[in-house]
Design a protein around this ligand. Structure first.
Ligand SMILES: [Zn+2]
Ligand SMILES: [Zn+2]
Length: 299
């Protein structure tokens, strides 16, 4: 008897990850609408959404949840329970949109009881409620700041921009010699300013118009956005379901213009009815010429 891999393993297999490589970090994960969406950036100790929880996510200590649809949230607590099983001494932190925070607590409790844990032994994992517009630092990466913002979807949903926080020498001290800088620093003079450098923006699930209303995202060198619908006759469907249609994305890119800082646009969350070939053909047909090289299809 021979053991082989069935051919269907290669199509929309949520545990088969893809990677987009950047200079300083890599984005790994999977994203097909309705099936599963999860992203991991190991270098930033960060996951965004947890529609599946592959082993590669277990060492990462921060999870940002965009919204509570099952294909994005289903394995949130699997992440926690597998880490506990492996006796990871660090408590991962789960950042939950405030709109669903209480529901998340109820769900986690119910899920734990369902697995046979008694009320006395139940321990809530480390959850943080996230308010749109309120920046926060990642618990174990104080050099990273997160800016959460509202996006329009069929239920409350957030997008996130990740920033590096850096200290930059104030203009007036730039021409000073090193010894002088050291002397000033020792005497307690504040010689630096805090600066934020955008790293990546995640849109989660949203209508195309959020890509314009939240156009600060285009200041990030990398934008990860959904692009669920691609066919010409699906524009109304995209609106009805709260998703982005590629025609809308193409219009917004033209409006923002080629001078934007964003050099890499990662398209995710395609409807599962399309084949890989259909997706590639339609995306590169519709995206305006000057953006074609920046667009990466997350497949
Ligand atoms: Zn989704
Ligand atoms: Zn959704």
């Amino acid at each position: 008897m021979k053991i082989t891999e069935p051919s269907h393993n290669s199509t929309h297999n949520a545990l088969r990850q893809v990677a987009v490589e950047q200079k300083k970090w890599n984005l790994h994960g999977f994203s097909i609408s309705g099936l599963s969406t999860y992203f991991q950036i190991p270098e930033l100790d960060l996951c965004v959404d947890m529609g599946e929880c592959p082993m590669s996510a277990l060492s990462l200590n921060h999870v940002l949840l965009t919204h509570s649809h099952g294909d994005h949230s289903r394995c949130l607590m699997r992440h926690n329970s597998l880490r506990r099983m492996m006796q990871n001494p660090i408590q991962a932190v789960y950042y939950i949109p405030e709109a669903v925070y209480e529901l998340a607590v109820d769900l986690i409790r119910a899920e734990t009881m369902f697995e046979g844990v008694s009320e006395e032994r139940f321990e809530l994992p480390r959850l943080e409620s996230v308010k749109p517009g309120e920046r926060f630092n990642l618990e174990y990466r104080k050099d990273l700041e997160i800016f959460p913002f509202n996006v329009k979807h069929s239920i409350p949903a957030l997008g996130y921009t990740v920033f590096y926080k850096k200290k930059k020498l104030k203009k007036e001290y730039i021409s000073c010699e090193t010894e002088e800088i050291i002397r000033l620093k020792k005497s307690g003079v504040e010689i630096t300013n805090d600066v934020r450098e955008p790293v990546v923006s995640f849109m989660g699930d949203c209508l195309g118009e959020s890509l314009w209303e939240e156009r600060h995202i285009w200041d990030s060198p990398v934008v990860v956005c959904e692009c669920t619908f691609l066919e010409k006759d699906e524009i109304a469907m995209a609106r009805k379901k709260g998703h982005t249609h590629i025609e809308h994305l193409a219009q917004i890119l033209s409006k923002v213009g080629g001078n934007m800082a964003c050099q890499c646009i990662v398209l995710t969350h395609f409807s599962m009815k399309y084949s890989k070939k259909q997706i590639l053909d339609l995306v590169y047909k519709i995206i305006p010429g000057e953006f074609k090289e920046r667009v990466k299809v997350f497949l």
